[in-house]
Design a protein around this ligand. Structure first.
Ligand code: PLP
Length: 408
């Protein structure tokens, strides 16, 4: 009989969200009159910007017209979008990036999950803890994580991000090959200063590592000293790939568009001792396994960069930022410490002493009909925290805040 890829059997089941759903279902059954509000969701609630919607309509009309119809597009994305990305996200910040270095896709989740294919099977991976689970699970599937024991994969290097280190990961004691960094961070909502990120770029250059930098929440940065792109830092073109998404920037979670910026200067070691650029390999991988993001979606993404598109998405982002600020204030009034929320749509709440992530989850659900995400579900270092998101509607967030205030 055909044998299975055993690495898939090694995967941990997604206990976190299944357990949340189970607990919420039990609560609803027992309290049918109560409206449950979720501060746990990582999905947006506001509709697409009008500029995006009209670009979609126009592109749909083109597709229905023989004179403008388009079939397969370039696997790397249309030039109009790659050029708009470079002009607005890179050149506007003084960053050297060429349109050929941008690879458009249908999501950052696929990109961050797929990129590990370019590295040797025995490469060592480092992740922050807590962590967005895709980085870990995609490497488990690739057979890179080793055995699972005591809540950890034995071949993965964990970089704890906790209150004691101000949520800034320390350099690992053993050299990893790939380092996943996500800033602004999901789940903690914390950021790295320019100096701290430069430290990581310098470390990667010194040690010969590749940084896989996920900046899906870049649009939420409000403070000046926080880099929007890793390529703002000296030398990053030689050691980093950057993943960006239109999901949280412009409400594309259902429409699907993202991109990876892969500089041509980024090289790794080949078996013959020579150096090889990841750019060409990623291009080869995408051309083999991917047929491109839909034309109409790329036109919609292009509209995000139009003057009215920029204004409209800023209004939406400001609304989520307001939610975050108000949620943070309510949590503080409960006497709890929290992190994030200023440059990210996530608030990382330190639960009262004597309790833990799940106990606090239970308390918020039973006493306020509020759903949060227990921090321990994102990794061992998330114990003692819960994550709240600012992506709810303003009305639900206000209602959630008044329920939180009743907890004070
Ligand atoms: N990266 C991070 C850190 C995320 O939190 C998410 C979504 O929640 C993604 C990537 C996925 O983005 P996309 O919707 O583009 O697949």
């Amino acid at each position: 009989m055909t044998k299975v890829n055993e690495s898939f059997l090694a995967l941990r089941s997604n206990y976190l969200f299944a357990e949340i759903a189970r607990k919420v279902a039990v609560f609803k059954e027992a309290n049918p009159e109560k409206k449950v509000i979720s501060l746990g969701i990582g999905d947006v609630t506001q509709p697409l910007a009008p500029a995006v919607v009209s670009a979609l309509h126009m592109a749909v009309d083109e597709m229905g017209d023989a004179a403008h119809f388009r079939g397969y597009g370039p696997e790397q994305g249309y030039a109009f979008l790659r050029e708009a990305v470079v002009k607005n996200d890179y050149q506007a910040r003084g960053i050297d990036m060429a349109p050929e270095e941008i690879f458009v896709s249908d999501g950052a989740k696929c990109d961050v999950g797929n990129f590990q294919e370019l590295f040797a099977a025995d490469s060592v991976v480092a992740v922050t803890d807590p962590v967005y689970p895709v980085y870990v699970d995609s490497n488990v599937m690739a057979g890179r994580a080793g055995a699972y024991a005591d809540g950890r994969w034995q071949r993965i290097v964990y970089l704890p991000c906790v209150r004691d280190n101000d949520f800034v990961p320390d350099f690992p004691k053993t050299r990893p090959d790939m380092i996943y960094l996500c800033y602004p961070n999901n789940p903690t909502g914390t950021v790295l200063s320019r100096a701290a990120l430069q430290g990581w770029v310098d470390y990667a250059r010194r040690e010969g590592c590749v940084i896989l930098y996920d900046s899906a929440y870049e649009a939420y940065i409000q403070e000046d000293d926080i880099p929007h792109s890793i390529f703002e830092l000296d030398g990053a073109r030689e050691v980093a790939v950057e993943f960006r998404s239109f999901s949280k920037t412009a409400g594309f979670t259902g429409l699907r568009c993202a991109y990876a910026a892969v500089p041509k200067d980024l090289k790794v070691r080949a078996g013959d001792g020579g150096e090889i650029a990841l750019h060409g390999l990623w291009n080869r991988r995408q051309c083999t396994k991917y047929n491109g993001c839909p034309y109409i979606v790329q036109r919609a993404a292009e509209a995000v960069y139009s003057p009215e598109g920029k204004r409209q998405i800023q209004d939406v982002i400001r609304g989520y930022q307001r939610n975050a600020a108000q949620l943070g204030a309510a949590v503080k009034d409960m006497g709890l410490d929290f992190y994030g929320g200023r440059n990210a749509p996530y608030i990382w709440v330190s639960v009262p002493s004597g309790t833990d992530s799940w106990a606090f989850f239970d308390r918020l659900l039973s006493s306020a009909a509020l759903v949060c995400t227990p921090g321990v579900g994102f990794g061992a270092s998330g114990e003692g925290y819960v994550r709240l998101t600012a992506f709810g509607t303003s009305q639900d967030t206000q209602e959630a805040i008044s329920r939180l205030r009743e907890q004070c």
